[in-house]
Ligand binder design. Structure first.
Ligand code: HEM
Length: 136
């Protein structure tokens, strides 16, 4: 059975000499790899001891990169309530963008209804003015 790490356990390995990351709820020991990383050590240090799922996936790493990753695995992440969740996945982004576009439609309908109300108010005032002119 593979070892289980809490998020706190992983967070303790956040230096160049001792560098763990979480990717898709698996824990990887990248200490030996950090110097070899083609993308540089800086980006690895940025996510040291954290959930690097989004950073790793955003780059569009090759299959070769994923094979390297598989060799670095040391265990599973045991997520506990209150732990930081992985930052937005592509699915979450889709939800955000669809809700923001529906927000956009909402805004359009408010403008359209406002415009219609203004039009009818104008007609009403014109008709009233015409009535008054007739009765005078
Ligand atoms: C921890 C596991 C990681 C492994 C095993 C890994 C492996 C690799 C490999 C093999 C490449 C060469 C290109 C490719 O095959 O896709 C690469 C490139 C790259 N990696 Fe990673 N990487 C890891 C994590 C990260 C993280 C967390 C970032 C954060 C942003 C990152 C950013 C990059 C960038 C920007 C490149 C492109 C470098 C270039 O084309 O000049 N990598 N990585």
């Amino acid at each position: 059975m593979s070892k289980e790490f809490s998020y706190q356990d992983v967070a303790e390995h956040n230096t160049k000499k001792d560098l763990f990351v979480v990717i898709h709820d698996k824990v990887y020991d990248c200490t030996k790899f950090v110097d070899e990383h083609p993308g540089g050590e800086e980006v690895m240090l940025d996510v040291a001891g954290q959930d690097a799922t989004e950073a790793f996936e955003d780059v569009g790493h090759s299959d070769e990169a994923r094979e390297t990753l598989a060799q670095l695995i040391v265990g599973d992440l045991k997520r506990q309530p209150g732990d930081p969740v992985p930052k937005a996945t592509s699915n979450d982004n889709a939800v955000v963008s669809s809700s923001s576009s529906s927000g956009g439609f909402g805004l359009y309908s408010v403008v359209a209804i406002g415009g219609l109300l203004a039009y009818f108010a104008y007609q009403y005032i014109q008709a009233n003015a015409a009535n008054q002119a007739q009765s005078a």
